[in-house]
Write a protein of this length. Structure first.
Length: 242
């Protein structure tokens, strides 16, 4: 299986999104997957211009010459896309949205009814497959991920990809502290095993996903710690400004 992983975190290798995604990918590699990991913050990918040249002037090819041209052949042929995307303002980071918007050449301009909705057929030479989301957020509730999950499902429906599921890690700052203190191995092990089992069965095991998302503290404790941490950061900024 050929897996293309796109990491949309602004922190790239240092981000907790990378920590979670890497654990998943290592499990997939252990079961024989060929994995290619790309950091979008190291690439120049412009927004879609909305000119539809990829339909009318050069069918199947975007006219914008940037690093997206490197991604097209990889995404066309990959069996699985792994999307590493932290929650930014209830959605995906801007660079990742640019990538998704620029996938218009992957579908035909004609329309059809599929699964009860009008959609575009898949373009010639574009391989179908699956998509896995790995995401983290700062807030405590799992409901923080709901808008992103709804978007990813809708995107998969349009992109002819089966949404295989998501590894979700709430209150990421607390997870970072746990890792710094030598903990969190059970969470990373669950992500790793999820990758292994996906390769074997094509399914992300529910028990491993639940282990990845397990609460690390109560909501009240989270609020107290988050506000204390922010107060310390703000105090430090004020001292530097003075």
């Amino acid at each position: 299986m050929y897996v293309v992983a796109l990491n949309g975190s602004a922190r790239r290798e240092k981000g907790v999104t990378t920590t979670l995604t890497s654990a998943l990918l290592s499990g997939m590699q252990e079961e024989g997957a060929e994995v290619e990991l790309l950091y979008l913050r190291q690439m120049e990918i412009e927004p879609c211009l909305g000119r539809f040249d990829c339909w009318y002037k050069s069918p199947g090819r975007c006219s914008v010459e940037d690093d997206m041209q490197r991604l097209y052949p990889r995404l066309r042929t990959a069996d699985c896309w792994v999307i590493g995307a932290p929650v930014y303002m209830d959605g995906i980071p801007g660079p990742m949205k640019n990538v998704f918007d620029r996938l218009l050449p992957f579908v035909e301009p004609t329309v059809e009814v599929r699964d009860g909705r009008v959609r575009h057929p898949m373009g010639v030479g574009v391989k179908g497959g699956s998509l896995i989301l790995a995401s983290v957020c700062g807030h405590w509730e799992m409901e923080t991920f709901d808008p992103l999950l709804a978007y990813m499902q809708a995107f998969c429906d349009s992109a002819h990809r089966a949404f295989a599921g998501a590894l979700l890690r709430p209150h990421a700052a607390e997870f970072v502290q746990l890792l710094k203190n030598g903990g969190g191995d059970d969470i990373l092990s669950a992500a790793h095993e999820a990758g292994r089992q996906f390769m074997r069965s094509g399914v992300l095991p529910a028990d491993k996903l639940a282990a990845v998302s397990r609460p690390l503290l109560t909501r009240e404790e989270y609020i107290d710690r988050a506000n204390d941490r922010m107060a310390q950061l703000m105090s430090g900024e004020r001292r530097m400004a003075a």
